[in-house]
Design a protein around this ligand. Sequence first.
Ligand code: THU
Length: 139
Amino acid sequence: MSEESLQSLIETATDARLQSVAPFSRFLVGAAVRTENGKVYTGCNVESASYGLTVCAERVAIWKALSEGERQFTELAVVADTESLTPPCGTCRQIIWEFAKHATVVLANLRGLRETVSVKDLLPRAFDARFLKELAGQK
Ligand code: THU
């Protein structure tokens, strides 16, 4: 992953952030996920008046990509306007683990701070489909 491609993914996520529908929290988040073929899908958080139905930027980006048939991801950028970098929430970590396990996750803010982290570091000892197969008789 080149410095240039990382920076361009952050910029794409930064632009996507401006599409956020966050009238309740006013906490705008943008995401961009790159596929193995270099295609980029963006997402922003979308809030519901029934707060619990809110969807985070990361999942919107991943749902968009999956629904277009993409299955392999190399990088995921997450951008928010916080002094310390905003990491994906627990729900998103689970989804990232299941669908973008091999992606490098880059967190960034609007002031140029950024950090890359692996999915395994975000969600150690994750639950996934492997455990479902461990049910008696399904091995
Ligand atoms: N949010 C995201 O979109 N991604 C994150 O990584 C953290 C939180 C959103 C959900 C909600 O719309 C707002 O930020 C405040 O929690």
